[in-house]
Design a protein around this ligand. Structure first.
Ligand SMILES: Nc1ncnc2c1ncn2[C@@H]1O[C@H](COP(=O)(O)OP(=O)(O)OP(=O)(O)O)[C@@H](O)[C@H]1O
Ligand SMILES: Nc1ncnc2c1ncn2[C@@H]1O[C@H](COP(=O)(O)OP(=O)(O)OP(=O)(O)O)[C@@H](O)[C@H]1O
Ligand SMILES: [Mg+2]
Ligand SMILES: [Mg+2]
Lengths: 268, 268
């Protein structure tokens, strides 16, 4: 306990944040105790669950460098069972600060694995929390923040936009995961690839799907996430699409995906 | 000579590479001598103009560190008047390598401003080239690669996807441009904001447009780029959409945008 799942892809705009938020929400909805970690200086995951910018420090930067007990960086969200360690603008300087440090790849692993004694006074319930899952949202790069997440991870989820540039970057990402597994974190496993922004009417989407399933087989989830405008509307309301519009095709797709992921988790 | 335009936005997947390639192509089509620089380790701009992965070194990494005369890193593309300095996987290590260097923000400025004596033997024409424009594609981050580009730049173009997260990141980007202008590069100007992946049927697109025009006025170009599937098909053919499907709404939008940008350039 807890199991750490990292959502990563160096290609930008492929649905990392959207997948992190909606997967975490769906898992919380079925009774799992979930902690999200926003490791992207953009802070989109923090915005997507309604954390006001002024409420974001201490956050993931402080946890990464062990500045505060983890519990002080945890915020409750409006979603029952889902907490978050938010990202603030201090995180933008983290990569440069990590470069000269010894064991710079292990900072997050060391601090995230330390049991959060209590959820901070002002933040939450005040009693020790045993999370079932920690889900980490990464920035669009393979820099020291994403490397720290991969070193701390049990499993990696890769959202893959059904576009050519995204497909091209996939083999580079899989090689990087391999390198981390061999040199830093032998437990690291590719949990699966999620096809996102899928458009059935568009030949490119089908081509990318065919190619990825041929290349990776059942590492690619059966459930794909369609392009759905309700998904892109939800962040401006500070809510996951699962809450913003439960009946939308986007929300329903994330529910089916979460069920498939939890079935695979149960089989481990 | 030459004028250096940087295409930047830390938000991922907003159309930086697509804008760089199609703007550069449109400018070359009206007779400007253009050099693209791919400063993203993903190498999408290099792919988008058909540079094979094996043909990418020496590339932008070598130019950044002054390892080779710039001319040796320049490749001709299939588009008349358009050359590129491609990105290879060596660029992925550049940011970490720059951190301990003095004047780390000025590496690109120093090497890019040195006149390329000749386009390398094996690469191109062999005679000195006076480029009118150098257009730099940046990675989705505000790290040392993007900072090097902004320090070297005369002007910055900001592609803005018509989505909430992209809008949220805009003020942070504009603040960063201001900081670079004040501390490193007094010539730096925001050339303009380009609305990308615009969908007229979608209220979110119109809301983002209204908000950005209210906030930035005529810094936002009149011509917006619609979401158009032909744009996302072009990269798999190694061609800009202007060449892949000249009559498409995407290609026509980039032609109108290029005309608007060149009109503003002429007025400077
Ligand atoms: N299935 C979908 N349908 C429609 N829009 C989507 C979908 N998934 C994500 N989006 C929208 O597309 C944009 C990119 O998604 P998101 O921000 O989650 O990607 P990301 O990989 O986290 O981006 P970054 O690389 O910047 O971190 C967002 O504006 C989001 O609201
Ligand atoms: N107007 C458009 N209509 C449809 N698809 C588009 C449009 N512009 C870009 N795309 C596609 O959307 C994806 C993202 O665009 P692009 O790669 O140019 O963005 P980027 O900002 O360079 O991404 P990154 O942050 O990863 O560098 C690409 O697959 C591209 O082909
Ligand atoms: Mg994100
Ligand atoms: Mg790009």
């Amino acid at each position: 306990k807890p199991r750490i799942i990292v959502v990563a892809n160096q290609k930008g705009g492929v649905g990392k944040t959207t997948t992190t938020i909606n997967l975490a929400t769906a898992m919380a909805a079925v009774g799992k105790r979930v902690l999200m970690v926003d490791l992207d200086p953009q802070g989109n995951a923090s915005t997507g669950v309604g954390i006001a910018p002024a409420q974001r420090t201490p956050g993931s930067y402080a946890v990464l460098f062990g500045d505060v007990p983890m519990a002080q960086a945890i915020r409750q969200t409006a979603i029952p069972g889902l907490d978050i360690i938010p990202a603030a603008s201090d995180l933008a300087g983290a990569e440069i600060e990590l470069v000269p440090e010894a064991n710079r790849e292990y900072f997050l692993n060391t601090n995230l694995r330390a049991r959060p004694q209590t959820v901070g006074e002002g933040q939450g319930s005040g009693s020790p929390v045993d999370y079932d899952y920690i889900i980490i949202d990464c920035p669009p790069a393979l820099g020291l923040l994403t490397l720290n997440a991969l070193v701390a991870a049990d499993a990696v989820l890769v959202p893959l936009q059904c576009e050519f540039y995204a497909l091209e970057g996939l083999s580079h990402l899989l090689r990087t995961i391999d390198i981390i597994k061999r040199n830093y974190n032998p437990h690291l496993e590719l949990q699966g690839v999620i096809l996102t922004m899928y458009d059935r009417r568009n030949a490119l989407s089908r081509q990318v799907e065919d190619e990825v399933r041929a290349y990776l087989g059942d590492k690619v989830y059966q459930n794909v996430i369609p392009r759905n405008v309700r998904i892109s509307e939800a962040p401006s309301h500070g809510k996951p699409v699962l809450i913003y519009d439960f009946r939308s095709t986007g929300a329903q797709a994330y529910i089916l995906l979460a069920r498939e992921i939890l079935q695979r988790e149960a089989a481990l």
